[in-house]
Design a protein around this ligand. Structure first.
Ligand SMILES: C[S@@+](CC[C@H](N)C(=O)[O-])C[C@H]1O[C@@H](n2cnc3c(N)ncnc32)[C@H](O)[C@@H]1O
Length: 264
């Protein structure tokens, strides 16, 4: 395990202990709410019987939602603590999940062309080289399969409420692909609870827009849709420095839908 993997194992262990939002399993889903949660715009077709890889998606949220919709679900996550949440959620719903501890940069333990969907919630920015991950995903996806991922908006990664300068939010970090960015977690990550100080830092890596788009193209993906995500509904009247205000001005996340269609 390299330093990047070790850092993430330790961080997600601490986040799970602190009951951070992304470590809380969803235990109140039914088929309708599972579909709305995963796919509010109804871009996915029928998923019953489909082989779905929830990549770096531990925590007991997306995995059980797909399982409730009748998919065959594998979860790969580096954190044992997060996979334990999946196991708890699976037993709550009495569904099966194939839970594997592993690194998104190395999926060699998974068979070639073994998935119809790769569902990759926010986590690509926890590793410095997005292209390595895209290459692994291209190997395990079937032709025509769907790759969905959420990542940091490369223009605003690392920008926080404390960057409000009375007039705007100050961009100060170099726009360099793979550059390390360390910043304070926003308090909403802990759902209003106060964790111990050492957890309140986050180490990520910038993936520039050209790396994301060209990286997908190089591996044979076609982009079907790209959207910017805010923290709730944009609210330009919100108090400056709050997540609502910051993210109305600088949407923090991008959501990509792609399909694997290599030129044969
Ligand atoms: C924000 S959570 C995303 C999943 C969560 N289910 C959700 O609802 O957002 C990020 C996940 O990425 C995992 N992770 C971090 N680095 C990883 C790596 N290199 N390989 C695989 N998983 C990783 C963490 O353990 C964590 O469970």
């Amino acid at each position: 395990m390299d330093e990047i993997a070790k850092y993430n194992v330790e961080r997600w262990q601490a986040l799970a202990q602190a009951n951070a939002v992304f470590t809380r399993p969803h235990l109140d889903l039914d088929k309708d709410s599972a579909r709305k949660y995963l796919d509010p715009q109804r871009r996915l077709g029928e998923v019953t019987g489909q082989d779905v890889l929830c990549l770096a998606a531990g925590g007991g949220q997306q995995s059980v939602a797909f399982a409730l919709l009748g998919a065959n679900v594998t979860v790969v996550d580096i954190s044992e603590a997060q996979l334990r949440r999946d196991a708890e959620a699976a037993s709550h719903y009495n569904v099966n999940l194939n839970l594997l501890q592993g690194d998104m940069r190395d999926l060699l333990h998974l068979g070639e062309k073994s998935f119809d969907i790769v569902w990759h919630p926010y986590s690509l920015n926890f590793v410095p080289d997005a292209r390595v991950v895209f290459r692994e995903i291209a190997r395990v996806l079937r032709v025509g399969g769907i790759y969905h991922f959420t990542c940091a908006n490369p223009f605003f990664i690392g920008l926080g409420g404390t960057d409000w300068n009375g007039n705007g939010y100050t961009l100060r970090l170099p726009y360099v692909d793979g550059s390390e960015i360390t910043y304070q977690d926003e308090s909403w990550i802990y759902g209003g609870e106060n964790p111990d100080e050492p957890i309140r830092k986050c180490k990520e890596y910038r993936h520039t827009l050209s790396t994301l788009v060209n990286g997908l193209i190089e591996q044979g993906f076609s982009v079907l849709n790209l959207s910017e995500l805010n923290y709730g509904t944009p609210d330009f009247e919100a108090e400056p420095g709050t997540p609502e205000h910051l993210t109305s001005i600088a949407p923090p996340w991008l959501n990509f839908w792609a399909t694997y269609r290599p030129m044969l």
